[in-house]
Write a protein that binds this ligand. Structure first.
Ligand SMILES: CC(C)(COP(=O)(O)OP(=O)(O)OC[C@H]1O[C@@H](n2cnc3c(N)ncnc32)[C@H](O)[C@@H]1OP(=O)(O)O)[C@@H](O)C(=O)NCCC(=O)NCCS
Length: 145
């Protein structure tokens, strides 16, 4: 399936929220938080699109020579097609172009799909962070660029 990646704009917000709710039914980020993300570091907010429909997004930010992936998700009907990969590559190449040396992220210890996905992209588990989420520990993962 042909998809494209472009920068997020505020007109995409409702579609991004829909994907967010489908992906994280218990603890979806809110509309106002996504607006804050956009205000904070719009350059690091990308969406994937198929024929004008938003099917995934990534938000990350860059500070000095480090990047942090805050959130990524792909619509359940469009997973396994390489869209998540491309979203990650897009953020990581932005990070590299800005002189980034490392990229970090946190993931729920139970989210095996995401952990495998990140490992395939070269991320390694650094440590387990107790109760990073209200109800669960996280792995802190890192990739050297
Ligand atoms: C994690 C997520 C973003 C991956 O997106 P995706 O578009 O389905 O991933 P891709 O198709 O690009 O997959 C890339 C690689 O990741 C791995 N992967 C993806 N889904 C996997 C699964 N269900 N089980 C094991 N490995 C998987 C595979 O190695 C895959 O490569 P391959 O297709 O060559 O085997 C998607 O599953 C998702 O939105 N999950 C819910 C939200 C979430 O958990 N986000 C992360 C929070 S920290």
């Amino acid at each position: 399936m042909i998809f494209s990646i472009r920068n997020f704009n505020l007109g995409d917000l409702d579609e991004v929220l829909e994907i967010e709710k489908l992906s994280f039914p218990k603890d979806a980020y809110t509309k106002s938080l996504f607006k804050e993300f956009y205000k904070f570091f719009s350059e690091g907010f990308f969406v994937a699109e198929i024929k004008g429909k938003i099917v995934g997004y990534i938000f990350g930010y860059i500070y000095r020579d480090e990047g942090e992936i805050v959130s990524i998700s792909v619509h359940p009907d469009y997973r396994g097609l390489g869209i998540g990969n491309k979203l990650m590559e897009t953020f990581i190449s932005l990070l590299k172009n800005k002189g980034g040396k490392r990229c970090f992220l946190q993931v729920r210890v139970s989210n095996i799909t995401a952990i495998e996905f990140y490992k395939k992209l070269g991320f390694k588990i650094l440590k387990r962070e107790k109760r990073y989420y209200l109800d669960e520990d996280a792995y802190l993962m890192k990739k050297d660029l």
